[in-house]
Design a protein around this ligand. Sequence first.
Ligand code: PGA
Length: 252
Amino acid sequence: MTTPKALVAGNWKMNGLKSAATEIMRLNDLVKEGGARCDILICPAFTLISTLCDINSEYVAIGAQDCHMNMNGAHTGDISAEMIKDLGCGHIIVGHSERRADHGEMNETVNAKASAAQSVGLKAIICVGETIEERKAGRALNVVTSQVKASIPSGAVVENTIIAYEPVWAIGSGLTPTATDVEEVHNAVRDVLLERFSDHGTQINILYGGSVKASNALELMSVNNVNGALVGGASLKADDFYGIISAYNEIG
Ligand code: PGA
């Protein structure tokens, strides 16, 4: 079975003003010069999506970090998947652990948001991951596979589904699981996808996220069943982010 083309995605979280557009231009130039053997995506705050889409980068796609589960209506302050699509995005991150923690989003909500994204033709990047307590209790595999099963919408297809495994304790902490631990979880996620989508499940990208940086990207991205990265802090500066992207130039 062939593996899917890798995706290296940046999650800018609540960072960046209009001036951050220069980072997309710089990233575009770095890829133009040095090449990239992976797809590249940046998910900025809602306020920047339009500005960054307007740059029309040949190499860098723009996505969103969240959406509402409904398409319109009385939901003050919220943004729908259709609005995001309207700006020119192709991806929406859903269920990031910061949304799960800060906004109490449970699998059911994540599932509904992923479904909203997919219903308008966008790809949902569904985030899952265990806390440190769950890992220490030996429950990491159980927690992650349950989240994957419960968060993928019933109408999902291979083409509009991406999973991001992000151990909560590895996000922004500088800590990463060992390559062996990453492989164990990614293999378990793959098994869930094979069960759900039969052989087509091999074609779904399973991203690893949590303290990915240029210095550890090659090791992490070389792990079996790791098909790309979801990057927070190290995606804010084009040069740092390109350091991760270029790991794929070595992997081939
Ligand atoms: P980090 O964040 O790379 O800063 O650890 C990853 C994420 O939250 O997606």
